[in-house]
Write a protein that binds this ligand. Sequence first.
Ligand SMILES: C[S@@+](CC[C@H](N)C(=O)[O-])C[C@H]1O[C@@H](n2cnc3c(N)ncnc32)[C@H](O)[C@@H]1O
Length: 414
Amino acid sequence: MKYMGSKSALLRGELGEILVASSAGASRFVDLFSGSGSVSHYVAENINIPVLSVDLQHYSKILAESITGRDCPQTDGPIINKWTADVGRGLLDDAIYEALREPIARLGKATVLRSRRSSERTVGVGFVTQHYGGHYFSPQQAYSLDRLYEELPKEEPDRTLCLAALLHTASICAAAPGHTAQPFQPTPKLLPYIKSAWSRDPVHECQRQVSILAARHAKVKGQARVGDALEAVSSLGDEDLVFCDPPYSAVQYSRFYHVLEGISRGGWNGVFGAGRSPARGYRESSDFSMKAQASSAMAQLLSALRERSCRVLVTFPDADASNGLSSSDIVALAGDSWHVREHYVDSTHSTLGGSSSQGGRGGRRALKEAVLLFEPRTAIISLLESRRPERQDVLSVPHTSEAASAVATAATVS
Ligand SMILES: C[S@@+](CC[C@H](N)C(=O)[O-])C[C@H]1O[C@@H](n2cnc3c(N)ncnc32)[C@H](O)[C@@H]1O
């Protein structure tokens, strides 16, 4: 899934190796800003410890848990295999579905505007057609997504797996630029993109997504929660390896992914404006996405994690981010409480559809991503005594002067 700040590309390189090496000795992995779930999935599928995923957004819980919540494949689940097939068969002689047909091959502005009206006015449709038909999805696509939603299996883990497949499908079929802040409008330039997105068959795509997800599973069953990272820290302990990948943008995630959030919650009370988003009061707001609050939110989080004696991995762009934070600010927050090892990996970041001033394709810019390992300072001596070479090797960068003096102290003690 295209997701702002997703670590999926980095996981195929050094970040994956760092996670494996840093997890040695941990009895649980905690992903406090789990987003698309890519990091939770990587750890769950490759390392023999349970994963706890936390995010403010409901869709994130579903995406993470669809894989981390199972320790075996679900490929022969009879309900899962029937779900999309039954819906596909039902649509063949569904009069509402037929009435919502539009000539996608000859799509023009008038057709798009008409399909918005017909989606909103048709009786007997669900929230996807009412909220998003003619905007993000063609009326028939929206109706298919409604039928898939209504027929979701009732039992777990099938329901979460199928809902995650539906979220992936909606993300792939949406006529929007990789997020759902606003759909493409029917201008001559954007009509080809609408046509291309509206030509995708949601039932077929959903079946494909189910097969992909059903084959994947955790080595050890984990958990996912909707909640605030800071609140989740009170239940953590010194055997947890905590991964923090906080927002770097001053724009709230809830503004960019409200369609996925709507589908995971079963619709909104109402949607407004060109983006078809719910009223602001219904959208989650994070201090990490507010320029005036991000630094103190990060300081509070690190302080709470230090109190729980957790080891912590933080990733953040090595550049000034629009929420006002930078990786060097985060290193500075460590003060005397932590020993920090810094590592930098090549990355690209979304500019949310804007132009790219520093290379890369439009809407992306090339930069370095800091991967920072925070270890509680008092733990350094025991870490050195236990001589775990894998931890030393993980982030093979020169020690900071602060750490160098700790190493010298440890050497004297032993
Ligand atoms: C950079 S993204 C994480 C991307 C993720 N690592 C991935 O690979 O997809 C940041 C995430 O933090 C979540 N978030 C923002 N503030 C939060 C908070 N206070 N507590 C928990 N999650 C939060 C956002 O909803 C978003 O999904």
